[in-house]
Ligand binder design. Structure first.
Ligand code: PLP
Length: 390
């Protein structure tokens, strides 16, 4: 038995390698990957340009300490700041670390404004990670249970409900920020309306709160724009990224703009591995390929086609509540728990995920082809049809 800590219910399968949108297991069986490591493998598996860039960087220099200037990190900060129209970037290694940075930053921002006990508004069904602060911000009791006492200073409201925010604004003078996912991933592919984003931005401006978006799952071109909040034409004060940024090489980022900029000073925050040359080259190359190959427009149109195909094939199927999503972030909500579908899909050679018990989640690589999309729709029609009629 491997000496692994028992933190995951793993499926009985191990992959040996991948190519494009496919993974291969130890028996040589091929799987269509419609999950991409949960929105991580932006460019699929073994993308030749990414492999080359990473290989060259490994040979040149993998890591240097943040005690020194790191040119690759500076270059990536400039690139991200320009894509997001934001000012500063802190680099780390994961989504929870990026959110941890955002939470610390909001608290320090609050203290600077003279708020004794700064609070952050967070959402029901949110997922922000599994460190103590980020699980406390997460809106899922299962993630929190057993780890009490939770970190204090979070006020929870229903998602996509502006009146709930207005009520908090009237009654809680300790609030200094709002942290939320423009599209909730783990929570079941729940999309915040554009009017909500605009209204929330207005309230944050009025109250001097930081508008903090967690784009760890929905960012990096997946919804057809670099960042999901950009569909609403608004700009956040803080944005967190990870997952797809390095196409499989771990990297996270916390970006700031406007009044959130300049809050951290030397000694306030740090990360040994954060923004090392290897991770930054992986991210820079990922962003270059997304741009050069038009992968955002591709994600938007392919996602639309997949949703259309699914809706058509599920039209006469009671049991499918809704097919929703944006770009290549897609949820199919059923009227019953459907975790077993993951195993059925695996048997059929397809990798998917089920979240929030009843939502089939699809997060294919942005390099997914039209043929692969058609195959995905066909396989899912059969699998879901059989599952619902069983
Ligand atoms: N934020 C969001 C929206 C996520 O979906 C996740 C992971 O699923 C995280 C944060 C945590 O990221 P990580 O697992 O890299 O810590």
């Amino acid at each position: 038995m491997p000496h692994l800590m028992n933190t995951y219910s793993r499926l009985p399968i191990a992959f040996t390698h991948g190519q494009g949108s496919h993974l291969f297991d130890e028996q040589g069986r091929q799987y269509l990957d419609a999950l991409a490591g949960i929105a991580v493998n932006t460019l699929g598996h073994g993308h030749p340009r990414l492999v080359k860039a990473i290989g060259e960087q490994v040979a040149r220099m993998m890591h240097v300490s943040n005690l020194y200037q790191v040119r690759e990190q500076e270059k990536l900060s400039d690139r991200l700041a320009s894509l997001a129209a934001m000012d500063e970037v802190f680099f780390c290694n994961s989504g929870c670390e990026a959110n941890e940075a955002a939470i610390k930053l909001a608290r320090m921002y609050g203290h600077r404004k003279g708020v004794e006990s700064p609070a952050i508004i967070v959402m029901e069904q949110a997922f922000h990670g599994r460190t103590l602060a980020t699980l406390s911000a997460t809106g899922n009791r299962k993630v929190q249970a057993g780890f009490e006492p939770l970190v204090a200073g979070f006020v929870r409201v229903p998602f996509d409900d502006l009146s709930a925010i207005e009520t908090v604004a009237q009654h809680n003078a300790s609030v200094v920020a709002v942290l939320f996912e423009p599209i909730q991933g783990e929570g079941g592919i729940n999309i915040a309306h554009q009017d909500y984003l605009k209204g929330l931005r207005r309230i944050c401006d009025d109250k001097g709160w930081l508008f903090m978006v967690d784009e760890v799952q929905c960012g990096i071109g997946r919804t057809g724009k670099w960042f999901a909040h950009q569909h609403a034409g608004i700009k956040p004060d803080v944005m967190t990224l990870a997952k797809g940024l390095g196409s499989g090489v771990p990297i996270g980022a916390c970006l700031t703009a406007g009044q959130a900029t300049g809050v951290f000073q030397p000694g306030n925050h740090g990360s040994t591995f954060g923004g090392n040359p290897l991770a930054c080259v992986a991210a820079l190359t990922t962003l270059d390929i997304i741009e050069q190959d038009g992968l955002m427009a591709h994600a938007a149109s392919l996602g639309e086609a997949i949703r259309k195909g699914l809706r058509e094939s599920f039209a006469d199927l009671p049991g499918v509540v809704e097919v929703r999503g944006d770009g290549l972030m897609i949820g199919i909500e059923l009227d019953r728990p459907c975790g077993d579908l993951v195993r059925h899909a695996l048997d059929a050679g397809l990798l998917i995920n089920v979240t929030a018990e009843r939502v089939i989640r699809l997060l294919p690589p942005l390099t997914f082809s039209k043929d692969e999309a058609n195959r995905l729709v066909q396989m899912l029609s059969t699998l879901v049809g059989k599952f619902l009629s069983a």
